[in-house]
Design a protein around this ligand. Structure first.
Ligand SMILES: [Zn+2]
Length: 228
């Protein structure tokens, strides 16, 4: 549940959690972000979180299904992927917040479209294959998915140097590509405001949230992406 607080310096704001302790209010803007302490004179919490509630302890990351045709046999499959903000584990929700995504773009990401012929903008998002820790949990928590996807190690120079989750065609068993193709398709979906069906979720406990980083940024992975 979103929590709104009214900072007297600015307009109302949604935050991840707000907890009253004495005459202070502890605010977290993102699920694994730093906790900021405000004097309760300065802010007014409009909707307060139950401290110790399940939603304060767990983070549920939705899995979106991307329609895809097997490049080898043409069979129609759905690739499950998380879509998170690149800098942390917060999931994107439809309608996609392109204003925020544009603000969070790095200098390189502002220019990515110049170096490709794809004709779309690239947003600072993280998708399946980009976050090894999240990929591992996704594979463990979704038995259905394990049939279609396996952790793969680097096999060619165009693959990343870490194990990653990739979808397999259930008919011909061929790997369906990794981060660049899913990343490209998700960016296209965001660009044209297309809604994607949610087919499951990954639930993270507080202790695993802290041990999983935001994953690899686009810049870190860019050298693996074939350019035209
Ligand atoms: Zn196939």
């Amino acid at each position: 549940m979103p929590i709104i607080f009214d900072n007297t310096d600015s307009s109302n704001k949604e935050v991840f959690s707000a907890k009253r302790v004495g005459n202070k209010v502890l605010v977290r803007f993102t699920n694994n972000g730093k906790e900021y302490s405000y004097s309760d004179q300065r802010i007014k919490v409009i909707k307060e979180a139950d401290s110790g509630s399940a939603e304060a302890d767990n983070l549920v990351i939705p899995l979106y299904a991307l329609d895809h045709n097997c490049w080898k046999c043409g069979y129609s499959i759905q690739i499950p992927t998380y879509i998170n903000y690149e800098s942390h584990l917060e999931p994107l929700k439809f309608p996609w917040d392109r204003v925020r995504l544009n603000k969070e773009k790095s200098d390189t990401e502002q220019l990515l479209h110049v170096f490709t012929d794809a004709g779309i903008e690239y947003y600072p998002v993280s998708v399946v294959g980009q976050n090894p820790g999240l990929d591992q949990l996704l594979a463990e928590q979704n038995p259905v998915l394990v049939d279609k996807a396996k952790m793969r190690k680097r096999e060619t120079s165009r693959m990343p140097g870490y194990p990653y989750l990739a979808a397999h065609c259930p008919r011909c068993k061929v790997v369906q590509g990794w981060f660049p193709s899913v990343y490209y398709q998700i960016n296209r979906v965001i660009s044209v405001d297309e809604e994607l069906p949610i087919v499951g979720s990954v639930e993270l406990k507080r202790d695993s949230i802290n041990s999983i980083g935001p994953g690899n940024t686009v810049e870190e992975l860019w050298s693996y992406i074939p350019t035209s």
